[in-house]
Ligand binder design. Structure first.
Ligand SMILES: Nc1ncnc2c1ncn2[C@@H]1O[C@H](COP(=O)(O)OP(=O)(O)OP(=O)(O)O)[C@@H](O)[C@H]1O
Length: 673
């Protein structure tokens, strides 16, 4: 597999000298390097093939495709080759690094508008070129906008990464589900009708927000929440009040791109004519503004890594109880066009959603309006979602615009699993998103392209659907591991509950939420647990507890509820009886245990037999409830009787002994005389 550019870059690792690390993605590490024979500084992206699909033919094809790409705004690889189990992609060295790195080190609040216009203009030219040649980039984000020392801007990461991780391994390459699909278009998330190059336009809009604020919208949230926010909420945008520093044309541009219906998004070509790009300036301008005084890339990268490590430690301490969700992933952003639904569900099942402040979307009225008005692909998915809520008095969370975890499953129900696996992903590091923007003004004219697609139909991707694999990135506990924590949801809150899992099903807590119906409490809970037959405060008794096999599933698990307001169900004798039986069964077992304990204490402490007997007798006065208890009770009685006869025998022997001693004494006395 190789692509040799005009400069004939060598295809042997020994011809390159690797210097410092200048970047790190999910799938690769990027080094500054020297091409020794040509004496040219390059960047080498090292990808571990063992963590990839190993579809070398696919990679070869993709690299060949890359070799045909020739545009000043698209970063073209010099060559690529394998060495050991690594793929090396040799690229021009973009000495100023990515826009994301520049923002992280020097512009945490984002860039000024002329800078943004200049950057986006260059990126858009790259997209026009790619779309015109039938390619979808699929990974547009600030982390992939690279700048060199002259201020030239290039869109990177087209090709190799995408093809290498198409089947879904990318996100797991570090043994965890990672990141947040912040840049992902709703239709990509849903995969109902596929997607096309308009998905890049959505990512472009998100990138515009990223450059404006220093981070992508929702980047602090876990993937599941981002998915739901993207699907259910109005698209994020620049707020006309809060983002006063930006012009109307910038807000228009963002609004134009971030329309849920891909057909209503403009093509890249059309977007290029947007008046916002009249503000775009030259490479020189970038050099004199954002690049001026920046420390060398390697140094910046080291500092960022150290900062990230610090954040990770802090977050770990803060969220220790969130099991194995890597908090690193909370502060990462990912365009991740590649999802494993099971991963998402297992992650989501561990999310405690309280206290997550809203970002981007404070106005629910607008959100609902947008949701119903924007009837694109995303809305189609949502219709089923909302249908699920039609009986459930759907009341969106004031903060997030969705009803937290109980909505997750219904939302995911509209996600076909396999196509989601066919997409690719990538990472960025983002910081806290609190104090963010609010939705764009929906009354604005965003210059939507009502004519829909004008791009090449050949750009539609061949979605590779691979066999659905199960990966468990959540809990690493083995099957049937006792005391694993489970989230039980009731209302808007989740509680971690200790439960003996008979089956390792991380998505379990979510599955039953789909069937939620607040008018019928018996349908609220996991069918595997049985219907809830009783609630008392935060506790519930389910009919599964009443299994003839005994109280294995007997579960007085905490549920959330307003203890002040009684449950709205009519108890029937049929529903109360099983729960009483369950309590009785539990009671019997407890009695058995107590009897055993008394005996144990009796033996080990040499406790007064009488008092023990009295205690046991007291216990035995209680009528036995089960056959087993009766058996045990009769055993205890038998034991007591044998103890009593032994005691009697002992006393008899003692008396005999005393008499014999007496006789011996008298004989001895007589002998003395
Ligand atoms: N040619 C290059 N010159 C200089 N720095 C680069 C070059 N290519 C990549 N980098 C730096 O390395 C980082 C990681 O790049 P890479 O493409 O592996 O990851 P990514 O796109 O950010 O993430 P992912 O692997 O998830 O796609 C980039 O964000 C960038 O800062």
């Amino acid at each position: 597999m190789e692509h040799v550019s005009e400069k004939r870059f060598p295809l042997n690792a020994k011809d390159y000298k690797l210097y410092e690390e200048v970047g790190e993605g999910v799938s690769a590490t990027v080094y500054r390097a020297l091409c020794i024979p040509l004496n040219v500084t390059v960047a080498i992206k090292v990808l571990d093939l063992e963590k990839c699909n190993n579809d070398l033919d696919g990679i070869r094809r993709e690299v060949q495709t890359m070799s045909l790409i020739d545009h000043p705004n698209v970063l073209q690889a010099h060559c690529s080759f394998t060495t050991g189990h690594n793929l090396w992609v040799v690229m021009p060295y973009m000495s100023e690094g990515s826009c994301l790195h520049i923002m992280k080190s020097s512009y945490p609040e984002g860039f000024e508008e002329p800078v943004i216009a200049t950057l986006l203009h260059e990126v858009l030219k790259a997209l026009v070129y790619l779309h015109g040649h039938g390619h979808i980039h699929r990974d547009v984000k600030a982390g992939n906008i690279l700048i060199d020392s002259s201020g030239a801007v290039k869109l990177a990461d087209f090709g190799v990464s995408a093809c290498m991780f198409d089947a879904g391994d990318r996100q797991r390459s570090r043994n965890t589900f990672v990141g947040t699909p912040c840049w992902m278009a709703p239709e990509v998330m849903q995969q109902v009708h596929g997607y096309d190059f308009k998905a890049d336009i959505w990512s472009f809009g998100i990138t515009a927000l990223e450059l404006a604020h220093g981070h992508a919208p929702f980047s602090k949230y876990p993937p599941m929440k981002v998915l739901l926010m993207t699907l259910q909420n109005a698209p994020p945008g620049l707020d006309y009040e809060r983002d006063k520093r930006f012009t109307k044309s910038f807000k228009d541009l963002v609004g134009t791109c971030l329309v849920k219906d891909p057909k209503k998004r403009p093509s890249s070509e059309k977007l290029l004519k947007h008046q916002f790009f009249k503000h775009a300036r030259s490479a020189e301008y970038l050099r004199g503004t954002i690049l001026d005084g920046l420390p060398p890339l390697g140094e910046r990268f080291r500092m960022l890594k150290a900062k990230e490590a610090d954040l990770l430690v802090q977050n770990k301490a803060l969220y220790e109880d969130k099991e194995q969700i890597s908090q690193k992933e909370y502060i990462r952003g990912i365009s991740a066009w590649n999802f494993n639904l099971e991963d998402l569900k297992s992650q989501a099942a561990l999310i405690q959603d309280d206290g997550m402040p809203n970002v981007e979307e404070p106005d629910m009225g607008k959100k609902q309006k947008e949701r119903t008005e924007d009837v694109g692909v995303a809305a189609e998915g949502l219709s089923s979602l909302e249908a699920n809520h039609s009986n459930a008095a759907f009341t969106p969370d004031k903060e997030d615009g969705f009803n937290n975890l109980q909505d997750l499953e219904s939302s995911l129900a509209s996600f076909p699993i396999k196509p989601l696996q066919a997409l690719k992903g990538c990472f960025d590091v983002c910081e806290d998103d609190v104090n963010n923007t609010s939705p764009r003004d929906l009354d604005q004219d965003f210059g939507r392209d009502e004519n829909g697609s004008s791009g090449p139909s050949s750009s539609l991707p061949q979605i590779v659907i691979t066999e659905h694999k199960k990966f468990w990135s959540g809990s690493l506990l083995p099957d049937n591991f006792p005391s694993s924590k489970k989230v039980v949801t009731d209302g808007d809150r989740d509680y971690l509950q200790t439960k003996y899992y008979s089956e390792r099903n991380h998505s379990g807590p979510l599955l039953h939420r789909q069937k939620r119906d607040t008018n019928n409490l018996s349908s609220v809970d996991d069918p595997s647990e049985g219907a809830v037959v009783q609630r008392k405060g935060r506790f519930k008794v389910t009919s599964a507890d009443l299994s003839p096999k005994g109280p294995r599933n007997c579960n007085f698990g905490p549920v959330c509820g307003d203890s002040a307001s009684p449950p709205k169900q009519n108890f029937t004798s049929a529903s109360i009886l099983p729960s009483l039986q369950c309590i009785l069964q539990q009671n019997s077992l407890q009695r058995e245990e107590i009897v055993k304990l008394i005996k144990y204490v009796e033996q080990s402490c040499g406790k007064n037999t009488e008092s023990a007997e009295a205690g046991t007798a007291d216990l035995l006065q209680v009528p036995p409830a089960t056959t087993r208890e009766r058996e045990l009770q009769s055993q205890v009685i038998q034991l007591q009787q044998s103890i009593a006869s032994l005691v009697e025998e002992l006393q008899r022997q003692k008396m005999k002994n005393a008499q014999l001693e007496k006789q011996l004494n008298s004989i001895a006395n007589r002998g003395e005389k």
